[in-house]
Design a protein around this ligand. Structure first.
Ligand code: NAD
Length: 452
């Protein structure tokens, strides 16, 4: 599967055309320090990046803060269309999101896997949720492969249904026309300040050109390693985009483990931005299962002695996660659910292996050693085999609609009720059942402006 920064995707699929490839991103120049500021920059400003004082908190932005509402609002319906701006817009997840939304809108497929299309959100409906037909897609990518071609590659690999790329060709072409060059590109001489300014300008132009009510920015780009120095001079690419989203007045979602808003330079700016945001790293497979099973062991008072895991995957994500730094960023989120639900992190390692032949199809194996009554030793093993992008796409569509609705009804700050969707959420409960309860309550908040 194509698309990752270190692609080597010869998979014997019989393709005759070259697969679109991503160039590795370049580290750009240091940000100049400026005086500390306590205010976020309003949308449309073009001043250089300002550094806030390093915060004393060790948690990511706003992790422990509750959802704050600007003003109770009842039954607000979005009147204009909603933009969905995908960072990594030509990747497997993004292409599946765009093609999938078009397929659902055309009535070609059922919305399987979309929680916002299930009873808590549809019966009665949540008026603030934008209709799937009201979503307009655009984004940034460092790759130039046209979306229809990416969709054909995904169909050839069995990720998208046969014939779907042709059926939704017009929608893919329209989204493709709204994708702007990302960065930093190899040889890019722009400073971080210039890159942020360019990305924010792209976002504003997208909203203007399509007469959008709001645009939700979603990071689905290749996972980057955690910065070596979290207080360093340079912003990682994911944080440049997150900064641009705040500057352009856009709600922000981080579906990857990359830094994004969780950078000390951005934390206070995010908190005072008046915008809703959520992350990090979509919970689609192994961690989804862990967030169900770990609470079971805790509730049955069984002693987990070791929890070990291995992931085999290919595609662009597999290639990106072959970098030990990127894999470490991913594994941190996967481990967090165990620590949060069991009270401490059990022994056991977690591995991610790149197997290009598997493409987007992931196998995740977990081995759980636990003690029962009188120290009796037992084992549970699970094997998850899933299509990564098919698992991720409905969640990305759910999150785009939910964060747009949150913005519509005046919610701001971290949205812990969206922890249901993330490995490394901004607070809230860690067990999936409790997270689902919080999400259903959130539906009521979005519906009526009043917590249930
Ligand atoms: N089930 C899932 O698929 C799942 C679950 C959780 C998280 N994620 C995360 O979602 C992300 C996307 O996964 P994917 O399978 O689509 O990967 P992919 O490799 O197919 O796509 C990533 C895209 O990001 C682009 N990109 C890289 N650097 C960029 C930059 N600086 N600016 C703009 N674009 C850039 C690449 O060109 C590529 O098109 C990964 O970070 C992955 O870890 C996926």
């Amino acid at each position: 599967m194509a698309g990752g920064p270190t692609t080597d995707t010869a998979d014997g699929s019989g393709r005759t055309e070259p697969i679109c490839r991503t160039e590795p991103t370049r580290r750009a120049e240091p940000i100049r320090r400026a005086e500390p500021t306590r205010r976020a920059e309003p949308a449309g400003r073009t001043e250089p990046i300002r550094r806030t004082e390093p915060t004393r908190r060790t948690e990511p932005a706003g992790r422990t803060e509750p959802t704050r509402r600007a003003a109770p609002t009842r039954r607000i319906e979005p009147t204009r269309r909603t933009g969905v701006w995908l960072i990594g817009a030509r990747g497997s997840v993004a292409t599946t999101v765009i093609a999938g939304c078009a397929a659902l809108t055309a009535g070609l497929h059922r919305p399987t896997g979309m929680v916002t299309e299930s009873a808590p959100f549809t019966d009665p409906p949540v008026p603030a949720l934008p209709a799937l037909s009201a979503l307009v897609f655009g984004g940034h990518d460092t790759l130039s492969c046209p979306l229809p071609k990416r969709a054909e590659e995904l169909a050839a690999d069995g990720v998208l249904p046969y014939g779907l790329p042709q059926a939704v060709h017009a929608e893919l072409t329209a989204a493709d026309a709204a994708i702007r060059p990302g960065g930093p590109q190899p040889g890019d001489t722009r400073t971080d300040t210039e890159l942020i300014g360019a990305f924010a300008a792209d976002l504003r132009a997208f909203g203007r050109d399509h007469d959008l009510g709001r645009t939700v920015v979603i990071n689905v780009a290749s996972t980057e390693p955690a910065p070596a120095d979290p207080h360093g001079e340079r912003l990682p690419a994911s944080s440049l985009y997150a900064y641009a989203a705040l500057r352009a007045g856009c709600p922000y979602l981080n579906f990857t483990p990359s830094t994004g808003l969780h950078h000390p330079l951005l934390q206070e700016m995010a908190t005072v931005s008046g915008l809703p945001y959520a992350g990090r790293d979509g919970k689609t497979g192994q961690t989804l299962l862990r967030s169900v099973l770990a609470p079971m062991f805790a509730q049955r008072a069984l002693a987990v002695r070791a929890w070990s895991g291995t992931n085999l995957l290919g595609g662009g994500d597999g290639a990106a996660l072959a970098d030990p730094g990127a894999a470490a960023a991913k594994n941190a989120g996967k481990a967090r659910v165990l620590a949060d639900t069991l009270g401490e992190l059990p022994a056991g390692d977690l591995h991610i292996d790149n197997v290009p032949a598997l493409g987007d199809w992931k196998t995740a194996w977990d081995h759980i050693a636990f003690d029962g009554f009188l120290g009796s030793r037992m084992t549970l093993q699970t094997t998850w085999q899933g299509c990564d992008s098919a698992l991720a796409a409905p969640l990305v569509l759910d999150l785009a609609r939910l964060l747009a609705a949150a913005h519509t009804v005046g919610l701001s700050g971290p949205q812990p009720a969206l922890g249901f969707y993330f490995k490394d959420p901004d607070g809230g409960p860690a067990a999936l059942a409790d997270q689902y309860t919080a999400l259903v309550e959130y539906a009521e908040l979005l519906r009526t402006g009043t917590p249930s």
